[in-house]
Design a protein around this ligand. Sequence first.
Ligand code: TTP
Ligand code: MG
Length: 388
Amino acid sequence: MILHVDMDAFYAAVEQQDNPLLKGKPLIVGGRSKRAVVTTASYEARAYGVRSAMPMYQAVALCPEAIVIPGRMSRYKEISAQIMKILAAFSPLMEQVSIDEAFLDIHGMEKLFGSPEAIAAAIKHTIRSATGLGCSIGIAPLKFLAKIASDLDKPDGLTILGSEDITDFIEKLPLKKVPGVGPKALAHLRTLGLNTLGDVKSIPEKRIMDKIGKFGMRLIALAHGLDDAAVEPDRPVKSVSAEHTLPENISDPDVLKKYMLFQSETVGRALRRSGLRARTITLKIKYHDFKLVTRSETLAKPVQTSKLIYASAVRLLSQKQLLHPVRLVGVGASHLLSEKTPLQQDLFDTDAAKNGKWERVDRAVDQIIKKFGKDTIRKAALDDPDTP
Ligand code: TTP
Ligand code: MG
């Protein structure tokens, strides 16, 4: 599943947060000159019909009591960076798309954070406690639907579209809401009698292509529920990790290993999706007294396979005896390099051949999970009722 977060009335909300006198009031961020337009407006001002990009004189006419203030870009950037950092902690696959929105690939995160609802609640709660700001979240199997979904229930919204909902949703989705459909394309599509995304399937593809060109292809694919766009982390990924605060402190290494197995799978899958291999594996342990220890090993051959990541994490765990009960455990991978970097493999190295085989197994599993969902395949040890 893909999750899209968009902050509510972002610049205006930051101003209201920084200056309590502005809270609950109609607030417009924008210039005061004759030609100025509204950058954004608080939801209190939107109740009067004020919208982004509206000429300021018109906005003030609609809402004379609105407080108009110029923006403070550096402050918004600062808060934005803080929010993106929070989001990046939820998934290694995070793509920031503007100052106040981002996509997260939450595939395989359910075991760490719970259901999509629980993930969304945790994100909202963390952002609100750190910044005081609200956001809206959309979750869907396809990227473009996640973006549309986050906008459906603003402010403080949450819309989740399951695989079973999307056919119907697409059928009824007004073309205006589809990202990329501007006023011009919309007018063309209307002349063909098309109003919803579902309608696009009802006429020959050529007629659509003739009207709106190449974008028609994408629209037709979307109408069939096909969107191969992936969440693409914009910053080069420097490390990938998964960690878990345990429901109770644990001293039994075998129980910790179950968490580590799951975390290794999450990390491995993130590496494979990003086309990366890791040279260094790190085990992170926080004892009940919050004392943090990390142990790392650098491998002779960079790895991408969940099994090898897990094997390394287990080696790190058994290096030293646990001193106290553990409250948090995590597995991380760093020193990443592209999987296209040639490996110096000994032709007669049977380990290498074996590892190649495991990589193929992982890829097959990834494919199946992508197609049928994560519950279809679980490693044997994860089928234990004690596992999170
Ligand atoms: P948006 O997310 O489009 O708008 P918003 O966050 O103010 O309101 P909401 O998402 O709840 O509908 O844009 C984020 C910020 O980007 C916004 O606060 C101000 C800025 N912005 C511009 O500078 N110019 C614009 O035309 C728009 C739409 C936004
Ligand atoms: Mg926003």
